[in-house]
Design a binder for this molecule. Structure first.
Ligand code: AVI
Length: 312
C-alpha cells in the first residue's frame, strides 16, 4: 500500500528535481500549517476573510433564500473554522436542513461539527471525513444539495485544475443542485501583495513551514535561515505566486529519498498559486458543464465575490 509519507516523498523528489523547482501548497497544511493559516486569516492585510465575512453577514439572508428548499443538504468542502459559514447557515430552517462539512482531516470535522452545533442549536450537523469526490458520490439522497466552496480555495488550483475540479463537481450534482463559490477578485497590486507578504511575517512562516515538514517527516536537512519567502502578483494575469528562495548556493539531503538536491543562490521553488478572478475566467472554467451562473454577491469594496451556480 502506498502511504501518505511515500506520496509526499515522491512529490518532493519530482518537484526538487524539476528544471524549475516546485512543491505543492497542498502540503502546507500539517498541524502547524493549519494554525498558521488561522493566524493569516486574522491579519488585517489578508482582506479575503473579512471581505467574504461581510458578504455573508450582510447578504446571508438573501443568499439563503436562493438556496433553500423543502429539504436541503449543505455540503461544505474544506470547511475550515466555520465562522463565515455560520453567517449563512443561521438563515436556514433547522428542521429540514442538514449541514455536512467534508474534510480530509478527521480533527477538522470533529472541531467544526462541535462548534457549529453550539453556534446554531438544533441544526443537523453530519460531518464526513475523506476525499471530496468519493464522499460526494456516496451522498445519495433525494434532498437538494448545495455545495459550498468558499474562501477562494479554488484559487490554489491552476485554471486547468480548476476546470477539472468544477467538471467533477458538475458530474456528481443533480438537476437543481447548487454550487456556491467564494472567489477573490482581480484587483491592484498594492492590495493583493501585502496579503501574501504580511508585515508580521506569518505568511513567510506558513510557506517556510514546508521545509520544516520535509525535515521532520522525510529526514531532510534544510537550514531554514538559508531560505526566504517571496511573493509576487501579476495584476494583468490576476495571479499571486509564492516561492521559497535559496539565499546561497547550497545542497540539501533528504534521507527518505536517499538523495541530495542542489540549490543555486537566488534559485526559486514555486510553492503556491493564488488565483484572482473575473467573470470571464469563471465562464471559461464552467464552460462545458451544465452549471449556470445565476447570482453574484460582492462586498462593498468589490474585493471578493460569492457566486451561486445552479445545475440545469
Ligand atoms: C487557502 N487559500 C485560499 C489561501 C490563499 O489565499 O491562497 C492560502 C494562503 N496562502 C498564503 N496566504 C493564504
Amino acid at each position: 500500500m502506498i502511504t501518505e509519507k511515500t506520496l509526499f516523498a515522491q512529490h518532493v523528489e519530482k518537484g526538487l528535481s524539476a528544471p524549475s523547482k516546485f512543491l505543492s501548497s497542498m502540503y502546507f497544511y500539517d498541524k502547524k500549517g493549519e494554525a498558521l493559516f488561522r493566524e493569516i486569516m486574522n491579519l488585517e492585510e489578508y482582506y479575503l476573510t473579512n471581505s467574504e465575512m461581510e458578504i455573508l453577514m450582510f447578504q446571508g439572508h438573501e443568499i439563503a433564500q436562493l438556496l433553500k428548499d423543502e429539504e436541503v443538504e449543505i455540503i461544505e468542502l474544506g470547511a475550515g473554522d466555520g465562522i463565515k459559514t455560520k453567517e449563512l447557515l443561521r438563515h436556514f430552517d433547522k428542521k429540514n436542513t442538514v449541514y455536512r462539512p467534508i474534510d480530509i482531516s478527521e480533527q477538522a470535522i470533529i472541531d467544526i461539527s462541535k462548534k457549529m452545533s453550539e453556534w446554531i442549536p438544533n441544526l443537523q450537523v453530519k460531518g464526513v471525513c475523506g476525499d471530496y469526490f468519493k464522499m460526494l458520490d456516496q451522498l445519495k439522497s433525494d434532498a437538494k444539495k448545495v455545495i459550498l466552496f468558499l474562501g477562494s480555495n479554488l484559487g490554489n488550483m491552476s485554471d486547468d485544475q480548476a476546470k477539472g475540479f468544477i467538471h467533477q463537481l458538475n458530474n456528481v450534482m443533480q438537476k437543481g443542485d447548487q454550487l456556491m463559490l467564494g472567489l477573490d477578485l482581480i484587483k491592484s497590486k498594492d492590495i493583493v501583495l501585502p496579503a501574501y507578504s504580511d508585515s508580521k511575517g506569518i505568511t513567510a512562516e506558513f510557506n517556510l513551514n514546508l521545509l520544516d515538514r520535509i525535515n521532520k517527516e522525510l529526514g531532510g536537512n534544510f537550514d531554514r535561515t538559508q531560505f526566504e519567502h517571496v511573493a509576487t502578483y501579476s495584476e494583468h494575469e490576476g495571479i499571486a505566486k509564492s516561492y521559497i528562495k535559496s539565499k546561497v548556493d547550497q545542497t540539501v539531503t533528504i534521507e527518505e529519498n536517499e538523495k541530495s538536491y542542489h540549490f543555486k543562490k537566488d534559485e526559486l521553488i514555486h510553492t503556491e498559486i493564488s488565483r484572482k478572478y473575473d467573470l470571464d475566467i469563471i465562464r471559461n472554467i464552467i464552460e462545458g458543464t451544465s452549471l449556470h451562473l445565476d447570482y453574484q454577491f460582492t462586498d462593498n469594496k468589490q474585493y471578493f465575490t460569492d457566486l451561486v451556480l445552479t445545475k440545469k
